[in-house]
Design a protein around this ligand. Structure first.
Ligand code: SF4
Length: 103
């Protein structure tokens, strides 16, 4: 009986921890900028700068990413961070859009 109660408690703690981590992950995902967002499409935003259409955006240069854009609000080590263009939405550090600036 004692073992069963301990087992139940351990299982409950494990499930609760998993649910809390899932909620954090969902919250982060919900706050990231989608490439399908009309504002993102207007500036050709891509989550992966290597996927930028170079014919459509000839100003893009290899090595330009959100992480080294002057409008990026995150730290250089963050996978996602704010951008002054997109309010509370987070952009991918390895992303890019046509408003890129390094000034
Ligand atoms: S303005 Fe800069 S930080 Fe914002 S999405 Fe475009 S490239 Fe990324």
């Amino acid at each position: 009986m004692q073992t069963s109660r301990r087992h139940f408690l351990m299982l409950t703690v494990g499930v609760s921890s998993s649910l809390m981590l899932s909620r954090v992950a969902l919250a982060d995902t919900a706050n990231t900028l989608s490439e399908a967002d009309p504002k993102a499409q207007a500036v050709g935003y891509k989550e992966d700068a290597s996927k930028v259409d170079k014919a459509k955006f000839p100003d893009y240069a290899a090595g330009q990413t959100c992480a080294n854009c002057s409008l990026f609000q995150g730290k250089s080590t963050d996978a996602y961070g704010g951008c002054t263009l997109f309010g509370d939405k987070q952009v991918a550090a390895r992303g890019w859009c046509s408003s890129y600036s390094n000034m």
